[in-house]
Design a protein around this ligand. Structure first.
Ligand SMILES: C[S@@+](CC[C@H](N)C(=O)[O-])C[C@H]1O[C@@H](n2cnc3c(N)ncnc32)[C@H](O)[C@@H]1O
Length: 497
């Protein structure tokens, strides 16, 4: 195993370099990324990458560069390096259901007279979030869209993420919760090019032109350097606050609240609500999520709440251990799946332990590392990293599943199929693996096999309470998955007819 030794080496590098603490303090102060407070190894690794590119040997020299004449350009590169840009279209289905079913229709009604909507995606990364909103509004307003003035602003600290956002071309990784029909409706396929060796998906111009992007540091909202006066009907600041200290989080949420129009809405990440926010904003419970509105906003249904009810993802029991995953897997979609739950194992799967640090690299740690790489667009690196380690986690269905998703992103369809079948061999109740396998087989024209896989996904999803968030589904609920599976199945049937 390479990872723990590598981690130990990075941690040692941070400890040995006497300039590291000052550089770390400067980076955290500038970006607000308190997240790195206890992650010296990770931060040092990212700093070292930039130092190497700049031909600098230690942190003091690098800090001098940041504070000098070339600092502006280098800060932009470093910020892109250290920010974590995980995002994908329609991330966290419950929140998008609330946007589609409650928030946007209410706003459209409230603004019917002015026909003006101002929306801000703060910390938008590569744009999947504001573009998902554009798609929703396009759908909701239909032909009336031309009579409306809709502004969707995406802002982020990372200039590199914004460049990708403006280009609006994505790999399958960013579209992983969309079914075939949605992909075709909202995107067009693009030919292979460097960075997307198997082609990508370009967002259709009708949605792309609804969004504009600007660079902005969220700390400017609280350090007095932001002087813009714009206010918004809807602000999304999701999965950004997790990186900040609790003091910064409170001040940012308060400042965002001050930018809301009367009867506006603020949506933060599904795991980010905090009872403290009710000092400045009115929490409103919506199915599976919570939103915030200016205090005093009249509410009809549902009533305001003080403590948000967050729907946690179901726990993921491990699958039965087995000797070794062989090169050939049985066809799990040939047999009906057992039940809408994960198989329960008799024995725990050993977690590899680093001889150098004694810190176990849990499947969750490895998965987090892989996702960071993949979300930064480095799917090939993520794939290689997973392959360095996968033998140590041969019984982990989730890792097999991600191996399949990465292979799909890289256009390695045979390997993707093998990995997804591997995940299903380990866990026949793995709904997302059935679904992704169905999409893959349907794309390859293997209709009867695709139908079986999608039927399995559908049956398993229908066996769960509709609001259940599916393991490894990135927030997809059982109801939405069932709807998607039905839609793809209908497409296969229509094509067959
Ligand atoms: C995990 S992504 C979330 C993207 C999107 N909101 C979503 O939920 O899919 C977090 C984003 O926050 C941005 N970010 C981090 N610190 C920031 C700051 N101080 N100001 C503005 N954006 C920041 C990062 O660059 C990154 O793109």
């Amino acid at each position: 195993m390479t990872a723990p030794t590598e981690r130990a080496r990075r941690a040692a590098g941070a400890a040995i370099d006497p300039g590291f603490p000052a550089l770390k303090a400067r980076v955290i102060a500038r970006t607000g990324h308190n997240y790195y407070e206890d992650k010296d190894d990770l931060l040092y690794d990212r700093l070292r990458k930039r130092m190497r590119i700049r031909g600098l040997g230690d942190c003091a020299a690098y800090l001098a560069l940041l504070e000098g004449a070339a600092g502006r350009e280098e800060w932009a590169a470093l910020e892109a390096e250290i920010t974590i840009g995980e995002t994908f279209f329609f991330r966290y289905a419950e929140q998008f259901a609330a946007l589609r079913g409650t928030i946007l229709p209410e706003l459209i009604e409230a603004r019917a007279e002015t026909r003006r909507l101002r929306i801000w995606s703060a910390g938008c990364s590569t744009g999947a979030e504001p573009y998902s909103i554009a798609i929703l509004i396009h759908d909701l307003l239909g032909e009336a869209l031309t009579d409306w003035s809709v502004t969707i602003l995406g802002t982020d600290l990372s200039a590199a993420a914004l460049a990708t956002a403006r280009a609006a071309e994505f790999g399958p990784w960013a579209l992983r919760t969309l079914d075939t029909e949605e992909r075709a409706r909202w995107f067009r396929r693009t030919p292979a090019r460097p960075g997307l060796p198997h082609g990508g998906y370009a967002l259709r111009p009708a949605f792309r032109r609804m969004v504009r992007f600007e660079r902005q540091n969220l700390l400017s909202l609280i350090d007095g350097s932001d002087h813009t006066q714009t206010s918004f009907d809807l602000i999304l600041c999701r999965n950004v606050l997790i990186y900040f200290s609790s003091d910064h989080v409170n001040r940012i949420v308060r400042a965002l609240g001050e930018r809301l129009n009367p009867r506006g809405w603020l949506l933060i990440g599904h795991a980010e609500p905090n009872p403290a926010f009710s000092q400045w904003l009115q929490p409103v419970a919506l199915p599976g999520t919570v939103a915030y509105r200016p205090i005093g906003t009249p509410t009809t249904e549902p009533p305001p709440v003080l403590i948000p009810a967050i729907l946690d993802a179901a726990p993921i029991p491990l699958a039965p251990p087995f000797e070794r995953v062989a090169a050939h897997f049985p066809n799990p979609e040939l047999d009906p799946p057992p039940s809408p739950q994960r198989a329960v194992m008799p024995k725990p799967v050993p977690i590899p332990v680093s001889p150098a640090t004694d810190h176990p690299l849990s499947p969750g740690d490895l998965l987090a590392e892989i996702r960071v790489l993949a979300d930064a667009g480095e799917t090939a690196r993520a794939w290689r990293r997973l392959h360095e380690e996968i033998d140590g986690y041969a019984t982990d269905p989730a890792l097999r599943y991600y191996e399949g998703l990465l292979a799909l992103d890289l256009g390695r369809e045979r390997e993707a199929e093998r990995a997804l079948r591997g995940a299903l061999f380990l866990d026949r109740g793995f709904i997302m693996a059935h679904f992704q396998l169905g999409l893959l087989l349907s794309g390859g024209g293997r209709r009867s096999e695709a139908t079986r896989a999608l039927d399995n996904a559908l049956r398993l999803a229908q066996g769960l309470p509709p609001e259940t968030i599916l393991p490894e589904g990135d927030g997809v609920s059982a109801a939405r998955l069932a709807e998607s599976a039905r839609r793809v199945l209908a497409g296969i049937t229509v094509n067959d007819a």
